[in-house]
Design a protein around this ligand. Sequence first.
Ligand SMILES: Cc1cc2nc3c(=O)[nH]c(=O)nc-3n(C[C@H](O)[C@H](O)[C@H](O)COP(=O)(O)OP(=O)(O)OC[C@H]3O[C@@H](n4cnc5c(N)ncnc54)[C@H](O)[C@@H]3O)c2cc1C
Length: 567
Amino acid sequence: MILLNPKQEAFNHLDEKSREIMKKTINHFESRGKKKLKEDYNERVWYEDLLEFLKEKKIFSTLLTPSKYSIDNPDARWDTFRNCDFNEILGFYNLSYWYTWQVSILGLGPIWMSKNEEIKNKTAEFLDNGDIFAFGLSEKTHGADLYSSDMSITPLGDGKYVADGGKYYIGNANQAAFVSTFAKNSETDEYVFFVAEPGHENYDLVQNVVNWESYVAEYALNGYPVTDREILSSGEEAWDSALNTINVGKFNIGWASIGICTHALYEGFNHAANRNLYGKYVTDFPHIKQMFVDAYARLVAMKLFSQRASDYFRSASQDDRRYLLYNPMVKMKVPTQGEVVIDLIWNVIAAKGFEKDTYFHMAAIDIRALPKLEGTVHVNMALIIKFMSNYFFNPGEFESVSKQDSSNCDEFLFNQGPTKGLGKIQFHDYNIAYNSIDTPNVNIFKEQIGALKELLIHATPDKDQAKNMDFLLFLGEMFTLVAYGQLIIEKQNMEDFGTDLLEQIFDFMIRDFSKYSLNLYSKADTTAKQMEYCLKIVKKPVTDKDSFNQFWDNHVYKLKDLYEMNA
Ligand SMILES: Cc1cc2nc3c(=O)[nH]c(=O)nc-3n(C[C@H](O)[C@H](O)[C@H](O)COP(=O)(O)OP(=O)(O)OC[C@H]3O[C@@H](n4cnc5c(N)ncnc54)[C@H](O)[C@@H]3O)c2cc1C
């Protein structure tokens, strides 16, 4: 079973303590039940009881304290392998629960990356005490443009400063123990990260800018006193820790999306498979079967890709920065696929998706948030495109990366180094994966990759096109598909989840490749030669009704009544 089923999952892939954390968390949500979940969601009740549960079981302190800083807790470590499970569980039950964890992770990033040992030890104490954290990067008027940050910190001499300015969209900033705040030194113009505390009288919690269970704050620092002891990093180190923290946060976004889609799929499938119209079950209609097969294949692909990306993240080093392509894909590709999955389910369950008692009602809203967090889709695509040339035309030699499921502390995450030099990063040859598989749909997909490469070689985008994000977007989508498929094949070669599933995944991948190519074809400034290659990319997956029906019986219809949240 690839998809999470909280009522059946034994978490045997984890050690005993981690297994206990996952099971107790599931038990917490299941024993509260769906009625309470939805009441609190609909009434936007702050999740005090969840925070109490997390504190009592010391969950954040176990999962988010690097071993070196742990306070008498032999199980404390930052372990991306088990954190993926926790991400998925929180998303499965409620995105706002996931969000309080996510922004704590972001808030902890600049702290664990800093050289300020006093604050790090204090942070470990706060975690041990059950506290949450916040990441104050965004500002109201600047959005993605971090260079323009206005929050300032002015030196007063003797290691003292005063901070002034506002931050916007900052989760947990109502109750965090520390709010890692990004600013500029008003005298040197250098970037700086320091910690602020919401309880201070010069910390003004202006408002919650969203109408949600979570608190996404606007806060202002008015003559807020800071000393060297609260400074986390300055200059390039501060800038790098902002971006390197987001690299960590990006990875969680895809997992939240997987959790949401999985719960929504169980709920939607149960509804459709038990609903009888004109003497037939809804799941008997051929178009409904197609939608569910697509939703299932896309969701499984989201998870397989993200699992494999976790291997590259955990094994990364200064010499192997391939994660800088795969993480933005977990951030961008996976949650946009999540939106497609939710749309497919919604088209099946129709009016049911509006009902206040359903999980789906919140999934339909919350799934839209994920592509917009930790940089928008466009910002991440702009990043991904930087890797395209080396990926296709200048592969490097790497030892193959095995499944990274050890109980190690992922120290590299807090020691990622300078964020420059992206264009120089090399990847292993994607042909190794693709040439290892000889099945009909994968072979068609290989032809599409060949045609895309021909386009890049013989009808290379000119200077203006290379600067035009509108043009590059669809090229980037096609490149992303190639790397997505590559990691899924690697996962198949490691775990053999079945050729029928792989073929069904490549069925939608071929259709998506064709769609993106047609989009590129239709752009205003695509040349005649480029249009020719675009048409070569357009292909149709193999049609085999028997295989489709077998897939439906063996994989998709098995979802019926498999999981239902406790009332
Ligand atoms: C619910 C929620 C919670 C959040 N929590 C936090 C938090 O805890 N801490 C925090 O610091 N921030 C947080 N954020 C802020 C979030 O990271 C920002 O939304 C994000 O940085 C994008 O900024 P923006 O939405 O203002 O879009 P803008 O930056 O205003 O972008 C506008 C448009 O321009 C495009 N664009 C911008 N720059 C580029 C580029 N270089 N290349 C191509 N296209 C570009 C964007 O894609 C977008 O379509 C949160 C946001 C939300 C909605």
